[in-house]
Design a binder for this molecule. Structure first.
Ligand code: NAI
Length: 332
């Protein structure tokens, strides 16, 4: 059995090699992305794994994988919206994911964003850069224990985030289409989305991106958010309409936004941008320049524990499929 690992990052190499050694299975490393141009490299392999935010939507990729005898793309991610699941199915390719690799990694970044923005750290640092260390009224902050935190999507990551905020003393409320039985004692459910938005000082998004959740926060319902509220998105960029968020920040209705993900993030995620012109037609330069915004380029998952779990589970998925015929963590 042989596996080809696409788009392997420097920080993943040790985890890939350790898994290969421990399982006595050949895993070859390909540093490039899985694209129309690179798909033929998969010839002769039993499965491929990749980790990419660049869409894999070209039919040619799935057709050639089938031609090359590859039965599975094992994504080293939780979300699989970068793949075309129907096309994959058409060519008999299973798309598998890593549903859980470290909810704490994402939850901790959501809390970090919220605390930094609540305590006005960006404003303090900007003032400090001009030599201004004064206790100005505009940077006095609330304490998290006097805040209501609204968690939208109370699954694995949302509930972990809720527990961290509760541990800090916040009152936590939630909204979800399904109530999580493990949420009892951690959060109370709001009656609906509007109810959650209107009661929360901090709103944190932890949903998958689907047709139903596209622009879940938009110009019509963002107005229900509390005056001075903070919005955090570590889910998927398109869960919110960024133009609506910017309008509410500009008007002063919202205090701040913590954005680990953005709808246009493929422009910059995991890249060093030397040519700023590339970002010119996007909201990114504006977001980067603001003290009321924390922009992290999809870093929430980026912890040692999460990376190790992502690599090993994705390779386990391929091993299991090949050895038992069972497709675990299938998404199509
Ligand atoms: P999960 O499946 O455990 O929880 C998602 C929750 O969203 C579920 O409880 C579900 O009922 C709820 N939901 C789905 N559609 C809904 C709707 N229309 N309205 C209200 N609730 C709805 O997923 P998990 O593991 O908590 O992950 C959540 C999301 O976080 C992932 O889908 C992924 O997009 C994102 N993520 C982001 C990462 C990052 O690095 N920034 C890393 C990992 C995940």
């Amino acid at each position: 059995m042989k596996i080809l690992a696409y788009h392997v990052q420097e920080y993943e190499v040790d985890a890939v090699k350790n898994w290969a050694k421990n399982n006595d299975i050949q895993v070859d490393i390909e540093y490039g992305l899985l694209t129309v141009d690179s798909v033929d490299k998969a010839k002769g392999y039993d499965g491929v794994t990749t980790q990419q935010v660049i869409p894999v939507k070209d039919e040619e990729i799935y057709r050639k994988l089938k031609e090359n005898g590859v039965k599975q793309i094992s994504s080293r991610t939780a979300g699989v919206d970068m793949f075309d699941l129907d096309l994959a199915k058409k060519y008999g390719i299973s798309i598998t994911n890593v549903p859980q690799y470290s909810p704490n990694a994402i939850a901790e970044l959501a809390v970090t964003h919220a605390m930094m923005l609540l305590r006005n750290i960006n404003h303090i640092k900007t003032a400090q850069a001009t030599g201004n260390f004064k206790w100005e009224k505009r940077v006095i902050s609330k304490e998290i224990r006097s805040c209501v935190v609204g968690i939208i999507g109370t699954g694995r990551i949302g509930l972990t985030t809720a527990k961290l905020f509760k541990g800090l003393g916040a009152e936590v409320i939630g909204y979800d289409v399904f109530k999580n039985p493990n949420a009892e004692g951690v959060l109370e459910y709001a009656s609906d989305l509007e109810d959650l938005l209107s009661r929360s000082d901090v709103v944190s998004l932890h949903l998958p991106l689907t047709e139903d959740t596209y622009h879940l926060i938009n110009k019509d319902n963002i107005k229900f958010m509390k005056e001075g509220a903070i919005l955090i998105n570590t889910g998927r960029g398109a869960l919110l309409d960024i133009d609506a968020v910017l309008a509410e920040l500009d008007s002063g209705h919202l205090k701040a936004a913590g954005l680990d993900v953005l709808e246009c993030e493929t422009l910059y995620v995991n890249q060093k941008i030397d040519d700023r012109e590339k970002l010119e037609d996007s909201p990114v330069p504006n977001l980067m320049s603001r003290d009321d915004v924390n922009l992290t380029g999809h870093f929430a998952f980026f912890t040692e524990t999460a990376v190790d779990n992502l690599v090993s589970t994705s390779l386990d998925n391929i091993k299991c499929h090949n050895e038992t015929g069972e497709v675990v963590n299938s998404m199509n």
